[in-house]
Design a protein. Structure first.
Lengths: 393, 173
């Protein structure tokens, strides 16, 4: 006899564990749900929000919308041809690295987090976040088309070049390890399972631990790895070379700053056990892992700096300065998560980078020159009696 | 005939806005004579005095060029707020943990004030979403001009989008 697989929430759970459903028909209290591993989301509604920061992030990200084609790169082609060989190596390697990072970020948050997310505003933030990374990837194709006759040579090398692939492994291993276990969890639920003769142990605690560590590694990717590559791009522009490229990177940097804020919020909500006390315990357990991930990433970025400048430095940037910048930015970012600095470096060795990272002093398009976050119709016209509260005559 | 420049929105003017004046500075040079003198005065009143106007022979800013305004955050407003008797002016001392001192009086944000008094603060977005300027607040109280989006601890502030409500003691990162 034919049995309906979804004849009720209890049967569904019994038969299929926590099987993913695209529209959860259970009734539940949204405010009682944690960020992840609660009820699957159903109505994409934003009238009630548990963490309204994610809604703010979505709105900000949407106001940042830009397209790579807006940026004219004709002068970059000439600049690139004129660069000495060792600077071409720096530019192209840096470019490949950025392409790798955004390729990962354009899909991984969706693949890893969406199956277990439990809040609609967070779900939409993850989608908006990933989407903006795909714009970054598209902009790399736009850049490479404009500066070299054969883009395939550069893109093909990303999977072959040993320096790049070594970095790809460290960038993706935490994602992959979480996704591996999460797939079993979604299909089979918690417990010890035998799949194709292999024993798989699925526990929610281990899954949450992998998720926390993964979020930390995403934070490292967005907060340290990206910034090292930004420094290289801006160092060219500081000498009035490859300025179109720098302008695109400015847009990317603006988006990444927002994504970084997003991951920091997720990590802090987890660490404080605000909606899932188990994550607070895990955050305590993983304190050393966090320090290790940051330290390891900083070391890898330093190795990368050595590879970039192997044939010679460029004016304004060399291996030592970039390594100091890695240390500085690592201290800054781990500080934002409430940890002590790892390195002794206290001052920013590249003070000019602030001006480049600030997106407000670049012209986007003439009609948008006035303000970079071109928020259409966003006028705060609300006047409350409280606004005159401290006003005396 | 070029359209007359919009008056800057007072009170909400921010650091990044200044670039508009670079790109539109041409307008007033093109004004016909006779009209020029009266509207010139009017425009000068509206313009913050800190901006450097681009001369006619100077090339227009190219795409991607950094348009850093020569901004001095603590320059008094050309049209200051009307003073009321019995109402305190919002002037506050800021003491840094390392002994340096500053005074907030005219700037639009705490960050602008510190920068104009040669106190370097790390920054990126200058509107509260990146968290680069995160600073520890040891004493005092601040008011946020816009809600900060970056994650900050309870004892931390984002100088880029706040002004002091009292004398402050802060510790830079």
């Amino acid at each position: 006899m034919f049995k309906r697989p979804f004849s009720g929430p209890d049967i569904k759970r019994l038969i299929l564990g926590m099987a993913y459903t695209t529209f959860n028909r259970n009734e539940f209290d949204t405010f009682a749900q944690p960020m992840f591993f609660g009820e699957h989301v159903n109505v994409a509604r934003y009238d009630q929000q548990k963490h309204k920061i994610f809604e703010s992030l979505i709105e900000k990200q949407l106001s940042f919308f830009w397209r790579p084609e807006e940026v004219d790169l004709t002068s970059d082609r000439k600049d690139f041809v004129d660069l000495p060989d060792h600077e071409k190596h720096i530019f192209i390697s840096n470019f490949k690295y950025q392409t790798l990072l955004d390729s990962v970020q354009g899909r991984s948050p969706n693949v890893a987090l969406l199956p277990v997310v439990s809040l609609p505003e967070l779900e939409t933030w993850i989608e908006t976040w990933s989407f903006s990374e795909t714009i970054h990837s598209r902009s790399y194709t736009h850049i490479v088309r404009n500066i070299v006759p054969n883009p395939a040579a550069i893109f093909d090398d990303i999977t072959k070049n040993e320096y790049i692939t070594r970095r790809a492994e460290s960038v993706t291993k935490y994602y992959d390890s979480f996704i591996f276990l999460c797939n079993y969890y979604i299909q089979l639920g918690e417990g010890t399972h035998t799949v194709n003769g292999e024993t798989i142990e699925v526990s929610l605690h281990e899954l949450k631990r992998r998720m926390y560590v993964m979020m930390v590694s995403v934070n490292v990717l967005e907060a340290i790895r990206f910034y090292v590559s930004f420094a290289c791009s801006f160092a060219f522009a500081e000498r009035a070379k490859m300025e179109g490229n720098a302008k695109i990177i400015k847009m990317i940097a603006r988006d990444e700053a927002l994504h970084l804020t997003g991951t920091q919020h997720i990590l802090q909500i987890m660490a404080r056990g605000k909606d899932d006390p188990e994550f607070a315990i895990i955050a305590q357990e993983c304190r050393q892992d966090v320090i290790d991930i940051f330290t390891e990433a900083a070391e890898q970025e330093k190795e990368w700096a050595a590879y970039l400048f192997k044939d010679g430095s460029m004016i304004g940037l060399n291996k030592d300065i970039l390594c100091q910048y890695v240390e500085f930015i690592t201290n800054q970012r781990i500080g934002a998560l409430g940890f002590d600095p790892i390195f002794a470096t206290k001052n920013n060795p590249l003070p000019w980078i602030n001006a480049w990272l600030n997106s407000d002093n670049v012209q986007v398009a003439p009609q948008e020159a006035e303000i970079s976050s071109y928020l259409v119709g966003a006028i705060d016209s609300e006047v409350d009696t409280n606004d005159f509260g401290d006003f005396d005559l | 005939m070029p359209s007359p420049r919009k008056a800057p929105r007072l009170g909400r003017r921010r650091w990044g806005k200044a670039k508009t004046f670079h790109s539109t500075a041409q307008t007033e040079l093109d004004l016909p004579e006779g009209q020029g003198s009266s509207s010139q005065i009017e425009l000068d009143l509206l313009l913050p005095p800190i901006l450097v106007k681009r001369s006619a022979d100077e090339p227009a800013p190219i795409q991607g060029e950094l348009l850093l305004p020569e901004f001095q955050g603590e320059t008094p407003e050309p049209t200051p707020q009307i003073e009321f008797e019995g109402m305190q002016k919002p002037i506050f001392d800021i003491i840094l943990e390392d002994g340096r001192q500053a005074r907030f009086q005219h700037a639009h944000t705490l960050l602008e004030s510190l920068e104009s008094q040669d106190i370097e603060v790390h920054y990126q977005c200058r509107e509260g979403y990146c968290g680069s300027c995160r600073t520890q607040l040891l004493e005092g109280d601040v008011h946020y001009l816009e809600e900060p989006m970056a994650w900050i601890d309870d004892d931390e502030i984002l100088p880029c989008c706040c002004i002091p409500k009292s004398a402050l003691r802060i510790k830079l990162q």
